[in-house]
Design a protein around this ligand. Sequence first.
Ligand SMILES: [Zn+2]
Length: 79
Amino acid sequence: MQKGAAAKAAAKLMTDFKCMKCLRPLTYDEVALHRKMVNRGAREFMCITCLAEYFKVSEDALRERIDYFKKTGCTLFMM
Ligand SMILES: [Zn+2]
């Protein structure tokens, strides 16, 4: 699992998943957000842009929510 400090410092951790709507590669945050807001057992996920559209909110609102979940220690966001 150790990928070195440089890789860990990368702003976004990418996953092997792609957005089910626009096929953009997804970050861990996006996968976790989808699990948290849509379905905990999901196997397909949406990127933050498509999630924002889905929930009719702004991407910024979703980013704030990610920060909030991280601050409150949600286990889905623990990497
Ligand atoms: Zn998308």
